[in-house]
Write a protein that binds this ligand. Structure first.
Ligand code: HEM
Length: 138
């Protein structure tokens, strides 16, 4: 990711973090619409789930310029996701739902550059999580 892309991800994430409950609702509604299989993976309170997701995203977004430091955290997150039943094919609709949520919150302000910056951030994140899923838990 370029420094400019990291900046774009950070500024657009602030809009989402400012209204976490609403953003969580939009996000999961969109995810389940795009990928009905995801619904059966979640069993807890979805508001709590949204909070946990955004807190983790916040940590990752803040650390995008020190990626080496957060790789182990993301790797462990990926291993836990394997145990939740998450599979490779679940990551693409998750990315799409996240981008659609950002776009819906930002309206016309969500630019193509922001979209590409988020895709780059998500590739970084999902590649590590998928790799962790592929390796048996120690
Ligand atoms: C790629 C970015 C993702 C991030 C940052 C993320 C973040 C999180 C976090 C922080 C938790 C709380 C539990 C924990 O820390 O282990 C969690 C739980 C969970 N996530 Fe994710 N997640 C991601 C992708 C996905 C995908 C692709 C799916 C499947 C569609 C998924 C499904 C779940 C499920 C099923 C749980 C447990 C739910 C429960 O306890 O009811 N996540 N996720």
């Amino acid at each position: 990711m370029t420094p400019e892309q990291i900046k774009l991800v950070r500024t657009s994430f602030e809009k989402l973090a400012a209204i976490p409950d609403q953003a969580g609702e939009i996000f999961y509604q969109r995810l389940f619409e795009l990928h009905p299989r995801a619904r059966q993976l979640f069993w807890g309170n979805m508001q709590h789930q949204g909070k946990a997701l955004f807190l983790m995203l916040e940590l990752i977004v803040k650390s995008l310029d020190i990626q080496d430091k957060i790789v182990p955290i993301i790797f462990d997150l990926g291993k836990r996701h394997a145990m939740y039943g998450v599979r490779d094919r679940d990551y693409q609709p998750f990315e799409q739902a996240l981008i659609d949520t950002l776009s819906s919150i930002s309206g016309d302000d969500f630019t193509q550059d922001e979209r590409e910056a988020w895709s780059a951030a998500f590739v970084f994140l999902a590649d590590i999580m998928r790799e962790a899923c592929a390796k048996p838990a120690k």
